[in-house]
Design a protein around this ligand. Structure first.
Ligand code: GLC
Ligand code: CA
Length: 574
């Protein structure tokens, strides 16, 4: 992929990782920048286009670094700012980009701004946070961390007032009504982008402003600030940086984070380049348990089209619980029943498990889930360790069970660190199925049949076929509901994203067929519009019988799948 393309992100494969968990260079038991630099060759081999680094700023670590005590440097546990710069250089020299987390909404209560703010009503920082004598204000705002917080207000004896927080009570919300706060946060943005960072994954963006009589989410004031953020970033860096929104909302609300727009074309006042598709994710898991395509088809039918220069971020798992906030009560009960029978597997409104354990370490299901994810409209994001099917530890607190050290090989500490095991920031996975002796990069690298080598092949196939990031989608409705079928098509005129005139490489029309059932299935497809065309199975480049006007019959093994490139007669594309 051409690195100078301004729309590079539409076809990128992202990789999310906590620096702390990836690789420990100096042997203190904590992953660091130098350790990550050492592993960039691995990530390049895998085919990663862009890293998303979880917060690495100084922090009391009561929310794994999302509680930031200083926005303008790195926590010495991970190295120096110089090491971070070198990481950027080393990633860029391998054609990889880097996003980091930008936490606008709140700080740690240890941040000097909050310490000043609470110290006296006369402090110039008093108005940087949201204080009140009355903890009944904004009753319409829900509590997000339902397992640990009962209210969004907490009494502060030092300030003699309540402060507002949407997350933990040690994470006071900044007061975005204060122009000084908005200015200070824009300066934080410039500070990192000036260092050469490629953009941000913007944390918790729906919650920046509060207004009485609302649920304090997605407010017009919040959107106005985010448009300003985008304007400033575009102006200063000439459209070279990317903003990805974490807005855990229903599709009709989340599309607003691309900016106000009506249908195709670009938004007149753009906000984010990308946003996670939160509602799709649980429905992928629901679909394979129900053996029914409906949850997936329905949620995509409810998803409005987005501007041409934007993209969805698609994921199966991430560093948080598998959130079920964007589910109905019934769907949520179903997901808990199927995937979280042990109460320890639940957290807040979600399930704190990794991909492999969720599907009982079923290789077929892991492949199927990824095949669907990688062929849906959007850019896929892989969570570290899921490329080898790492396990989790539900006996660790909060979301730490899915943040254990990366498993590199069978050496001490799974090759993660030379420290004595008891010094590690978290224990490695021990159980016999998922321990580092059984599941590690080195072993899977050598094994041509491993999940790791399969994931790499999937990523390569996706890179060779930009249609997956750029094409339209339409669903087929075969009688067999257990089989999910969709067409991806490039418009006739499709050329490279950005400005270039060259034709796009790869397929121009792809048919995806996915068996969501644990049993073999037969399906009949009406492909009469493609009579005379030949389907090529893309993983093996195998020609299948040509399509005719009679129903096209396919059989699929348990959780079986096909990606077919459809070619018009004579090998011509239409
Ligand atoms: C986001 C993060 C989560 C964090 C929260 C508060 O949801 O993904 O890990 O706890 O914001 O910052
Ligand atoms: Ca270290």
């Amino acid at each position: 992929m051409n690195v100078s393309d301004s729309l590079w992100f539409k076809n990128a494969v992202f990789y999310e990782l906590p620096v702390r968990a990836f690789s420990d260079w100096n042997g203190d038991g904590i992953g660091d920048f130098r350790g990550l630099i050492d592993k960039l060759d691995y990530l390049q081999w895998l085919g990663v286009d862009c890293l998303w680094l979880l917060p690495f700023y100084p922090s009391p670590l009561r929310d794994d670094g999302y509680d930031i005590a200083d926005f303008r440097t790195v926590d010495p546990d991970y190295g120096s700012l110089e090491d971070f710069r070198e990481l950027l250089d080393e990633a860029h020299s391998r054609g990889m980009r880097v996003l980091t987390d930008l936490v606008l909404n709140h700080t740690s209560d240890q941040h000097p701004w909050f310490q000043q703010s609470r110290s006296s009503p006369a402090s110039p920082y008093r108005d940087w946070y949201v204080w009140s004598d009355d903890p009944r204000r904004f009753p319409g705002a829900r509590v997000i961390f339902t397992d640990s917080e009962v209210s969004n207000w907490t009494w502060d004896p030092a300030a003699n007032a309540y402060f507002w927080h949407r997350f933990y009570s040690h994470q006071p919300d900044l007061n975005f009504d204060n122009p000084e706060v908005r200015k200070a946060m824009l300066e934080v943005v410039f500070y990192w982008l000036d260092l050469g960072l490629d953009g941000f994954r913007c944390d918790a963006v729906p919650y920046l402003f509060e207004r009485e009589g609302t649920n304090c989410e997605n407010l017009p004031e919040t959107h106005a600030f985010l448009q300003e953020l985008r304007r400033e970033v575009d102006a200063r860096y000439h459209g070279t940086r990317v903003l990805l929104a974490e807005a855990n909302q229903w599709p009709s609300d989340v599309v607003r984070y691309f900016g106000p727009f009506g249908g195709a074309g670009a938004a007149p006042a753009p906000e984010f380049h990308m946003a996670f598709h939160f509602p799709l994710m649980p429905r992928l898991f629901m679909a394979i348990r129900q053996e029914a395509r409906r949850p997936i088809v329905d949620i995509l039918a409810q998803t409005p089209a987005i501007p041409d220069n934007c993209q969805w971020g698609l994921f199966l798992r991430n560093h948080d619980e598998l959130t079920l906030e964007m589910c109905t009560d019934e769907e949520r009960d179903y997901m808990y029943y199927e995937y979280a029978r042990d109460p320890r597997m639940k957290l807040n409104i979600g399930i704190r498990r990794r991909l492999a354990p969720i599907v009982d370490n079923s290789r077929r299901e892991i492949e199927l889930m990824n095949v669907v994810l990688f062929s849906m409209p959007g850019a896929p994001i892989v969570y570290y360790g899921d490329e080898i099917g790492m396990g989790d530890n539900i006996y660790l607190s909060d979301r730490n069970g899915v943040r254990t050290p990366m498993q590199w090989n069978v050496d001490r500490n799974g090759g993660f660190s030379k420290a004595p095991p008891e010094r590690l920031y978290a224990p490695l996975i021990q159980n016999p199925i998922y321990s580092f002796q059984a599941v590690n990069i080195e072993r899977q690298f050598q094994d041509t049949n491993s999940l790791l080598n399969w994931m790499r092949a999937l990523i390569q196939l996706r890179h060779r076929n930009p249609i997956f990031g750029l094409g339209g989608i339409s669903f087929l409705s075969p009688a067999n509901e257990r089989v999910l079928v969709y067409l991806r098509r490039l418009p006739k005129s499709a050329h490279r994203p950005g400005e270039g005139p060259d034709e796009l490489p790869g397929a121009r029309c792809v048919l995806v067929v996915a068996n969501l059932s644990r049993n073999s299935q037969a399906v009949e497809l009406d492909l009469s519009n493609f009579a005379g065309w030949t389907p090529y199975e893309m993983f093996g480049e195998i020609a299948f019988p040509p399509v005719t006007t009679t129903p096209y019959q396919l059989t699929l093994g348990p959780y079986g799948y096909f990606w077919f490139r459809l070619e018009a007669p004579g090998g011509q594309f239409e």
